[in-house]
Write a protein that binds this ligand. Structure first.
Ligand SMILES: *[C@@H]1O[C@H](CO)[C@@H](O)[C@H](O)[C@H]1NC(C)=O
Ligand SMILES: *[C@@H]1O[C@H](CO)[C@@H](O)[C@H](O)[C@H]1NC(C)=O
Length: 285
């Protein structure tokens, strides 16, 4: 974590660098370079470097949006970036990756703290609907409700929450697989909704396949369901989750195997063990 902070602080001077540790590790271009490199010009821009508002409605306009906050100012992104960086939250996939953290309770405590800090940093300003950091915050908040806090107030996803927690010992072994499932670095910012949603579903299917192979089909279904809901909240485009599941043969056969064993055990006992005992008994007598 101290390395991350160091890199972050180092990166703040050069405004164009977005989550430097990530690019440092994966060798990707800085965020702004991928968007035409108009990063550190004004310093007063409401958007992250290289990022543009969808429409050109100014900070004081606000008429068309749902927000009736009047002339409130747009939030500074930096506090959000710093908070999200504590959890390495650089993309929608990284919300799901939190499931693979070694200690769930500790992760949840950290998430709580991050969300509280973001809350206080954004209480008196406005985040636009297409602010990616705001979206990641929404996804993280969903994680808190659905994984840390038992599955929603109405308990509608309580079973999914329980299953995910029970499968955690296995899911935490999936860390590398889950990282391999991730889509290209900035896919969630693309303008073409078709392509965004294609990537979204590819990631979900990959999660499903990898989880099924290691942790079984039930865990895979729950993880895919959670990933779809949480990542969906972190996307600007609304995507529909494909109904069709990838075909994976279950490597952990369900109870039918066990019940086969049980039902075949009785005849074995009758046919083999009983005569054997009888023979021994007769021999002794
Ligand atoms: C979006 O991408 C799809 C698939 O590559 C393509 O067929 C479509 O024309 C694109 N739409 C726009 C608006 O560019
Ligand atoms: C076990 O798996 C088979 C298919 O492999 C399925 O038909 C059956 O319903 C499953 N049983 C249980 C108890 O899940």
């Amino acid at each position: 974590m101290s390395v991350l902070l160091l890199l972050l602080l180092h990166g703040q001077g050069a405004q164009s660098i977005w989550f430097p540790w990530y690019f440092h590790r994966y060798g990707l271009e800085p965020h702004s370079a991928r968007h035409g490199g108009r990063g550190g010009s004004g310093g007063k821009t409401p958007c992250p470097p290289g990022y543009e508002l969808r429409s050109s409605k100014g900070p004081s306009g606000g008429g068309t949006g749902g927000k009736a906050k009047g002339p409130s100012s747009l939030c500074d992104d930096n506090p959000l970036v710093m908070q999200l960086a504590r959890l390495y939250l650089v993309s929608p996939e990284r919300i799901v990756l939190l499931l693979a953290q070694p200690l769930m309770l500790e992760t949840c405590a950290e998430i709580n703290d991050v969300l509280e800090h973001i809350e206080s940093a954004t209480s008196s300003c406005v985040l636009t609907d297409d602010n990616i950091y705001g979206k990641l915050r929404d996804g993280l908040s969903y994680y808190k409700t659905e994984v840390c806090d038992g599955g929603g107030e109405d308990g509608s996803n309580r079973k999914r929450c329980t299953d995910l927690n029970e499968a955690h010992n296995c899911i935490k072994e999936l860390r590398t697989d889950m990282i391999e499932c991730e889509a290209p670095a900035d896919w969630y910012e693309w303008h073409n909704a078709t392509k965004v949603c294609q990537n979204f579903n590819d990631v979900l299917d990959c999660y499903y396949t990898r989880t099924a192979m290691l942790c079984g089909l039930d865990a895979a279904k729950q993880l895919r369901s959670f990933a779809g809901d949480s990542m969906g909240r972190a996307l600007v485009h609304k995507c529909v989750v494909n109904k069709r599941l990838p075909r994976v043969s279950d490597p952990m056969p369900n109870l039918s195997a066990a019940s086969w064993l049980k039902s075949s055990l009785v005849p074995i006992v009758v046919v083999v063990v009983v005569p054997l005992q009888l023979a021994v008994y007769l021999l002794l007598v």
